[in-house]
Ligand binder design. Structure first.
Ligand code: PEP
Ligand code: MN
Length: 263
């Protein structure tokens, strides 16, 4: 981390544009919501309509899923991207999806308004350089056990290729504390702002792994100065093909949004 690098980031303005929708991260909060994985057209469409109505401004949905075990649902792949494009057009909401393989870059650029680099790929330097070489904003999740300095190093890989439209995402780190799926490190919010000037959003879903913790941690994230949230929402969390235990149902999501609007 050197001063020249920090200056480069401090001047950066992340603006997400799609059609006539503009999200300017200097003034707008980024509320990303949607299922962990795209499971069907109906599932994504219902979720998109609901989260948009409740105040989310970006729809999430994984087509290529990084799963710990090969027997777990791996995502619908290309079919998932097709559904994502269709729902985006019908609902008129910007979308984010994760890239796992550089060979998918072109089709992900075509489908997504924000490209997500997941935790497990935070130090996939080839992938970081490739997303740095194109123009779509990139959401960079903190690695499973990455220090803040390593995480900023990963952002630097992207920025060095020319793309400074980077949104950092704190999603919890692995610690000895195993009651929750990960340990949410909220101090990362003011630290990233001070060290890089980049916007930072918090993912209370993956950082806790437990549904009832999503609301209190979302409120804490906003209070700490976060520029937004990424929240998993599913029409029927108990039937979700991935991450059901941390996904909110529609009613829980709308209650959360009401509380956020109050603060
Ligand atoms: C996700 O957001 O879909 C995801 C896999 O999260 P993470 O990379 O933070 O584990
Ligand atoms: Mn998930």
């Amino acid at each position: 981390m050197n001063n020249e690098f920090l200056d480069k980031f401090a001047r950066n303005d992340v603006v997400i544009k799609t059609g006539n929708i503009v999200i300017d991260m200097k003034k707008d909060k980024l509320i990303i919501a949607g299922p962990c994985a795209i499971e069907s057209y109906e599932q994504l469409l219902d979720t998109a309509l609901f989260v948009k109505k409740s105040g989310a401004n970006v729809l999430r949905g994984g087509a290529f899923k990084p799963r710990t075990y090969p027997e777990s649902f791996q995502g619908l792949g290309d079919e998932g991207l097709k559904i994502l494009k269709q729902v985006k057009q019908e609902v008129k909401i910007p979308v984010i999806t994760e890239i796992m393989d550089v060979r998918d870059l072109e089709k992900i650029i075509e489908a997504a308004d924000i490209i997500q680099i997941g935790s497990r790929n935070m130090q996939n330097f080839t992938l970081l350089k490739e997303v740095g070489n194109q123009e779509k904003p990139v959401l960079l999740k903190r690695g499973l056990s990455a220090t803040i300095k390593e995480w900023i190093g990963a952002a630097e890989y992207i920025a060095n290729e020319g793309n400074t439209k980077i949104i950092m995402c704190e999603r919890g780190i692995r610690t000895f504390s195993d009651y929750t799926r990960n340990t949410l490190d909220l101090s990362a919010v003011p630290i990233i702002k001070k060290e890089t000037g980049l916007p930072i959003v918090v993912d209370p879903s993956h950082s806790t792994g437990i549904r009832y913790l999503v609301k209190p941690m979302s409120l804490a994230a906003i209070a700490s100065g976060a520029d937004g949230l990424m929240i998993e929402v599913h029409p029927h969390p108990e039937e979700a093909l991935s991450d059901g235990t941390q996904s909110l149902n529609f009613e829980e999501f709308s209650t959360l949004m009401e509380s956020i609007q109050k603060i």
